[in-house]
Every structure is written in structure tokens, then in C-alpha cells.
Design a binder for this molecule. Structure first.
Ligand code: PBG
Length: 323
């Protein structure tokens, strides 16, 4: 007798019945870029189909995403001005603060998550304040805390620190609680690698470091056990969810993190992962739609409960059509 796994692959109905992993628009968080102005929808050249929005067009775009079943957006801000400490990041009338308020007013049910980091707001492009040529960890904690509190005050449901400073989850939790925002959650970019896959994002958010790189704070791509250490620390400090970033080249890490954490695990399908698919698709080298779904399914299969992805709307549309 031979065992015949092919029996279970006979016909679409049976295949669907025995499918181990399913994707849903509910799994997605849609990353969006917001900048000052009105009626703006500027295409991001290295991320076809993605835009920098002004607050008014952002609200419309988020509404479209909500109607496709996507429960959440994560916001990145392009401020009107930059300085060495990124002071526009915690301004009550800052661009992200305005966007959060407008989104929550137009659709209170949609979750609004904010990226908490300094790199979009500092004139040197690093994720914190510079002292002696390097990012000063503890001085940066104060600024991140101010930024997180201002996002919470504007109405953010969750804040997502992406700076990779040590101790930032504890500092932000303490600051939020101290200001009366005890129900504002923290989605920690717990495991964030120093990755070339963020290239297109730095065009989209105008956040490339003007000198050096981020290796003194983001993780070495060679390390997996260290990811568990970062997760352990962030959970101890009060993170409500943890994230692994990037996703595709780090699915082993997603799996490891899933195995040890009792909180929801998110994975960030980052800008470079999106751009590669779009570029190869534009050349006719791959079936972009098929590969998009395969990638998202793989991230879910690896253990992600939540996927941050620029494909959110495109994939949600397909899933709604039952594909
Ligand atoms: C800010 C931040 C980055 C990304 C998310 N938050 C860029 C970076 O660390 O340089 C990257 C997201 C993407 O590539 O899609 N620190």
C-alpha cells in the first residue's frame, strides 16, 4: 500500500476544507504616510500604489480600507520642519496628532496605531538624539515618551515604538499611565533588524540617516536568540503585542517569537518586500497577485497573528472576492 497525500488535494472544495491557514482582511494593518497640506495624494515612486496623503485624503483612504474589512492603520508622519531633537514629533498640532484626531472623528471604530520614533522628525535622520556621534539611549527615552503621550492625547488606540532604544516600553508605559492613558496599548517593534529592506520607506518617510547607519540600535540580521531576549524584555516592560520586522527573510524568527509569547504577534511586511514584488511584476517576471497572497499566507503560517502590509487593500479586495 502507498500513502496518497494527493487524495486530499483532489478538488477545490476538499483542498479548502483541509487548509491549515487562512487569511482575512482582519489580519491586516495598513501603513500610511501623512503630510501637511490639502487634497494631496503624492505617489511614492519606489512603492507603486502607495502615497503620501494630507489629512483629508488620508481619512478617505482609511475609510476605503475599513470598507474592505481592514480594522487598523498605522501612521507615519512627514513633519513641516525638522530639528536635532525632533520636536515636531510631540507637538499637539503635529501632523500625526492631526491625522489621529481626524481619523478617530470620522470613524471611531477603526483602530489608529501610531509609529513612535524620532527619525522622521530629526534633521540628522537618526531614531534618537545624538551625543558624541551616536544615539543617546536614555535621553531619547524622554522624547519618545512625550511623543507617545501626545499621540495618546490625540486619540491613538495603540502606540508602536520602532526606535529600538533599550527600556523604551517601560518608559512609554510609565509616561502613558502617569498622564491618565492607562488603556492606550503598546505594540512594540520588539524585534527590529538593521535591514536593507527599509530602503523604499526612507524615501516615503524622508527618514534616511544623514550619516552612518542604524546598526548601533537595530538588531544584527544574524541573530535569532537575541530576538527572544528582546521579546522577553519588552513583555516584562509591559508590551501588549510584539512585532518582528522585516517579515519575509525572518519567518524563522516569527515562528520562534510565536512559540514563546502569550501576546499577539505581528510581523511587518516592509517596504522593500513590497517594492520587489511590484518591480518584478512590472517587468512581467512574476505573477504579482499570486506572489502577494503566497507571501501573506506564509507570514501567517509562520505564526503572525497580525500583518502590517502595504498590500492590505489589494489583498483584502481579493479575499472579499473569495480568492
Ligand atoms: C522608523 C521606521 C522604519 C520603518 C518603520 N518605522 C524605518 C527605519 O527603521 O529605518 C520601516 C518600514 C518599512 O520599510 O516599510 N524607525
Amino acid at each position: 500500500m502507498i500513502i496518497r497525500p494527493r487524495r486530499l488535494r483532489k478538488g477545490k472544495t476538499l483542498r479548502e476544507m483541509v487548509r491549515e491557514t487562512t487569511l482575512s482582511p482582519r489580519d491586516f494593518i495598513y501603513p500610511m504616510f501623512v503630510k501637511p497640506g490639502k487634497g494631496i495624494r503624492d505617489p511614492i515612486s519606489s512603492m507603486p500604489g502607495q502615497y503620501q496623503f494630507s489629512v483629508d485624503t488620508l481619512v478617505q483612504e482609511a475609510k476605503d480600507a475599513w470598507e474592505l474589512g481592514i480594522p487598523a492603520v498605522i501612521l507615519f508622519g512627514l513633519p513641516d520642519s525638522k530639528d536635532p531633537v525632533g520636536s515636531r514629533s510631540w507637538a499637539p498640532d503635529g501632523i500625526v496628532q492631526q491625522a489621529v484626531a481626524a481619523l478617530k472623528e470620522s470613524n471611531p471604530d477603526m483602530l489608529v496605531i501610531t509609529d513612535v520614533c524620532m527619525c522622521e522628525y530629526t534633521d540628522h535622520g537618526h531614531c534618537g538624539v545624538i551625543k558624541d556621534g551616536d544615539v543617546d539611549n536614555d535621553a531619547t527615552l524622554e522624547l519618545l515618551s512625550k511623543q507617545a503621550v501626545s499621540h495618546a492625547r490625540a486619540g491613538a488606540d495603540l502606540v508602536a515604538p520602532s526606535d529600538m532604544m533599550d527600556g523604551r516600553v517601560a518608559a512609554i508605559r510609565k509616561a502613558l499611565d502617569g498622564e491618565g492613558f492607562k488603556d492606550t496599548g503598546i505594540l512594540s517593534y520588539a524585534v527590529k533588524y538593521a535591514s536593507g529592506f527599509y530602503g523604499p520607506f526612507r524615501e516615503a518617510a524622508d527618514s534616511a540617516p544623514r550619516f552612518g547607519d542604524r546598526s548601533s540600535y537595530q538588531m544584527d540580521p544574524a541573530n535569532a536568540r537575541e530576538a527572544l531576549r528582546e521579546v522577553e524584555l519588552d513583555l516584562d516592560e509591559g508590551a501588549d503585542m510584539v512585532m518582528v520586522k522585516p517579515a519575509m527573510a525572518y519567518l524563522d524568527v516569527v515562528r520562534l517569537v510565536k512559540e514563546v509569547s502569550l501576546v499577539p504577534v505581528a510581523a511587518y511586511n516592509v517596504s522593500g518586500e513590497y517594492a520587489m514584488v511590484k518591480a518584478a511584476e512590472a517587468r512581467g517576471w512574476i505573477d504579482g497577485t499570486r506572489i502577494m497572497m503566497e507571501i501573506l499566507m506564509a507570514i501567517k503560517r509562520a505564526g503572525a497573528d497580525i500583518i502590517l502590509t502595504y498590500f492590505a487593500k489589494e489583498a483584502a479586495r481579493l479575499l472579499m472576492d473569495g480568492r
